[in-house]
Design a binder for this molecule. Structure first.
Ligand code: SF4
Length: 323
């Protein structure tokens, strides 16, 4: 068999279809040698040889545990290997506590769904601008105080016309931009959309930018954020390592991976399961019958709602974890 390489397009949309079924079939679907985080430089072995990415598979290393401890130099990789080998969790309670204590209430758990159209559709957009057509917002007024329905606001465009201004109005109607925290998993994405909307709709710029400036990321609590923890007085190894790790994450801190670790919820049973499916549903609005539209409209609402409710649940679980 020929060696795996860039031609395989591993993890790419247009990757070779034989990877999963033939050439890469020995690779475990979780906790494989490729699931060590930020491992662009790979590992240096006893003979001084460095192997990275698919070279590891070509050399016969498949499972995370196939990499001997003595070849692992990064602290996070040691944590990953240990959690996987011993089925244990890694928790840095001090860092998690400091992060949770720094959140200002209310917490605005926000998630946008966007359509990156190759051709700009609306005023102020460019090719592939992430044009928002939906948001879900859960408002947590005090630690743990948030009702899945009563404290929830959702906006979803009913057409493929430009409904961005209605979306902005709806968002600003439900947040106090002068207090609280804009909260998201990978908040830079939500911030990016808010900044774009602020520049396209100057009338709302001041309020949107106030909201923009009050952000905090769920990833900083679960994974890490060196600058934040440095400012809070942490040093050395603490600044480099995760705050939390569990073998079920398999090297990923995406909401789809973290949610099942912290709750019994999952995305598996939803009609719309991820952002790509959400885009497909929205982009097909005009091809749907009334019945199909109603069903899909509700599925989009359910999916986006789960994204923000997940963050509420994960925060709750983190509070319990450090008690
Ligand atoms: S997956 Fe296999 S067949 Fe496909 S490009 Fe890679 S080596 Fe070739």
């Amino acid at each position: 068999m020929c060696p795996l390489g860039s031609a395989c397009g591993y993890k790419k949309v247009n990757g070779c279809k034989f990877f999963k079924t033939v050439c890469g079939k020995e690779l475990p679907s979780t906790n494989s040698v490729l699931n060590y985080v930020n491992n662009g430089f790979g590992f240096v072995f006893e003979n001084g040889k460095r192997l990275k990415g698919l070279e590891l598979i070509n050399a016969g290393y498949y499972d995370m545990l196939d990499i001997d401890e003595k070849w692992i130099t990064k602290e996070n990789h040691k944590i990953q290997r240990e959690c996987y080998q011993n089925h244990t969790q890694y928790v840095n309670k001090e860092k998690i506590k400091v992060a949770l204590d720094s959140l200002e209430y209310p917490i605005y758990h926000l998630d946008f769904e966007t359509f990156p159209c190759p051709l700009p559709r609306f005023r102020g957009e460019h090719p592939y601008t992430q044009s928002p057509f939906e948001f879900s917002l859960h408002i947590e007024t005090k630690p743990g105080v948030c009702d899945i329905e009563k404290d929830h606001v959702v906006f979803l465009a009913k057409t493929m016309n430009d409904e961005r201004e209605e979306l902005i109005k709806c968002l600003l109607e439900h947040v106090d931009v002068h207090k609280g925290t804009l909260f998201a998993q990978n908040v830079s994405f939500e911030k990016g959309r808010i900044k774009e909307l602020a520049s396209i709709f100057p009338k709302y710029q001041k309020d949107l930018m106030c909201l923009y400036n009050r952000s905090f990321d769920l990833l900083w609590i679960i994974n890490n954020r060196k600058e934040f923890y440095q400012e809070k007085g942490f040093k050395g190894k603490d600044l480099e390592t995760f705050n939390f790790y569990d073998e079920r994450l398999s090297g990923s801190f995406s909401i789809k991976k973290t949610l099942p670790v912290f709750s019994s919820l999952s995305y598996k049973d939803l009609d719309v399961k991820n952002g790509t499916e959400a885009i497909i549903v929205y982009a097909n609005y005009n091809r749907m019958s009334k019945e199909e539209f109603d069903k899909n409209y509700q599925a989009l609402i359910t999916y986006c709602t789960q994204d923000t409710w997940s963050m509420v649940l994960i925060l709750q679980a983190l509070r319990a974890l450090i008690m």
